[in-house]
Design a protein around this ligand. Structure first.
Ligand code: F0G
Length: 476
């Protein structure tokens, strides 16, 4: 049987491959930040005050923070040094040109603008392209992309392969889009109703699973056959490129930089939250080939973010990003990175916790729907598990299920629940050690043994869009 939990290159016998099952950190630690585990009574009190929403906790009351891998990574000494070189000129700063050079090397799009983070790029693209009742297909949109399209009256449409909804199915590229469904969907709604098409690499909403080069190529062909511009949501493009190198025939001897470039050569543009694979605490961009679109993007950017050579960022942020984009593609770093995720997956499975298999790139997704089958989707099993992980061990995770993605059907008003109720344990980059992960698996294992004690939740407040950030809950 195929098993992708470890991330070796099959048949390779370099010293790295034989050194250990999970590659060793290619860095050492030069600065530390203390963390502490507050006691069980204090955790209960913190949760009550937070309305049982983990986003509302004070970070210092969290012991191991796996809420997100976004902006939470540790920068390298090269990045910290680059910050000091930041040129804070309003227009045409040296920092911008250094970032531009890196952008050309990796992505190769004719135009780009920096943005303060990913959702700013999504907002600008949606504001310019999306009209009410238009559709934007993708494998799966993540929360802010989904919401930015809905905010313009559009309808984000997820067309990932059916196997993505089967948590235990072992597939090398479980983030792939269903190309036949994509073609049928375009025929059904008409290409004029689709202002742009997308694909998310890796597929964050569906387990951090990668997309193959072959699939990106086919998806690009279908979009282009119907004259639909194709944008890649590329927050985790480097992890995706490394998965391609490890798992897709023909790429083992290409560099991740070469693989990434081939991915982007297939697209008309990309948007990125640089807070992920660019290894920075803040930043993003929107890139494209079309000069007319670029003009409109600049106008919108100036209104909302800033002048086109800095977007919503300081000059120093652009420099940290220019360095981080290339560090994120380093293959010894990526081997360690994907190895760490695979390690956590192994430990959780040994502790009897069901997860989406195989391990994703940036996170492990616990299958809360199946672990807590006694809690129906309307009572938020993912929320129950996420709350349990904090109360039991001070671990912060995020629900990716009905709290995040259930929405009222525009025609019937009935709540539509997502097909999976997940809890994501996202790994910040270069931050936690193997013993932190052992601790996490241990706490999750204890919780799984006593799962009958976990009860559902009721929402007492929620805003209309992106409710998971500010909703409040009550235990049932
Ligand atoms: N697209 C994807 C696939 C993402 O994962 C995110 C952010 C965004 C876009 C938006 O980027 O936060 O910089 O505005 N995901 C984070 C997460 C927040 O926790 O997965 P942003």
């Amino acid at each position: 049987m195929l098993h992708y939990a470890s991330n070796h290159i099959p048949g390779q016998s370099t010293p790295e491959a034989t050194m250990s099952l999970h590659p060793v950190e290619p860095f050492r630690i030069k600065m530390v930040e203390p963390i502490r585990l507050i006691d069980a009574a204090a955790r209960r009190e913190a949760m009550q005050k937070a309305g049982y929403n983990l986003f509302a906790l004070r970070a210092e009351d969290v012991f191991i923070d796996l809420l997100t891998d976004s902006g939470t990574g540790a920068m390298s000494h090269h990045q910290w040094a680059a910050l000091l070189e930041g040129d804070e000129s309003y227009a045409g700063a040296r920092s911008y040109y250094r970032l531009k050079e890196t952008m050309e090397r990796i992505f190769g799009f004719a135009y780009f603008v920096p943005t303060h983070q990913g959702r700013a790029a999504e907002n600008i693209l949606s504001a310019i392209l999306v009209r009410p009742d238009q559709y934007v297909p993708s494998n799966m949109h993540f929360d802010t992309t989904d919401a930015n399209i809905r905010a313009r009256g559009g309808r984000p449409t997820n067309l990932v392969i059916q196997d993505a909804y089967n948590p235990s199915k072992q597939l090398p590229f479980k983030g792939n889009m269903d190309v036949d469904r994509l073609r049928a969907f375009i025929e059904q709604v008409g290409p004029q109703k689709i202002p742009f098409g997308a694909i998310t690499v890796t597929n964050n909403a569906g387990g951090g699973q990668p997309v193959s080069m072959a699939n990106i190529r086919e998806v690009a062909q279908v979009y282009h056959q119907y004259g639909i511009p194709f944008f890649i949501d590329c927050c985790r493009f480097a992890e995706n490129a490394y998965f391609i190198k490890l798992r897709e025939p023909g790429y083992a001897h290409q560099s991740t930089l070469e693989i990434a470039r081939q991915m982007f050569d297939l697209a008309d543009g990309a948007f990125m939250s640089a807070k992920k694979d660019a290894l920075v605490n803040i930043g993003g961009f929107l890139a494209m080939r079309d000069a007319g679109l670029f003009q409109k993007v600049c106008n919108e950017l100036i209104l909302r973010e800033g002048f086109p050579t800095y977007g919503g960022l300081a000059g120093r942020d652009l420099d940290a990003m220019a360095v981080g984009l290339l560090e994120g593609l380093d293959e010894s770093y990526l081997a360690y990175r994907l190895g760490q995720t695979a390690y956590l997956a192994d430990c959780l499975q040994r502790a009897g916790v069901p997860i989406i298999e195989p391990a994703g790139g940036h996170a492990i997704y616990i299958d809360a729907g199946s672990l807590l089958a006694h809690i129906p989707p309307a009572e938020y099993p993912g929320q129950a598990l996420a709350a349990g992980l904090y109360l039991e061990g001070g671990i912060r995770s995020v629900e990716i299920g009905s709290v995040m993605f259930a929405y009222p059907d525009p025609e019937t008003g009935q709540m539509v629940h997502p097909r999976l109720e997940l809890v994501r344990l996202a790994l910040p980059r270069r931050v936690y050690t193997q013993s932190h992960l052992d601790y996490v698996a241990n706490v999750a294992g204890k919780l799984a043994q006593r799962k009958q004690n976990l009860k559902g939740y009721r929402i007492t407040y929620s805003p209309p869009l992106l409710r998971h950030f500010t909703a409040r809950f009550e235990p049932l």
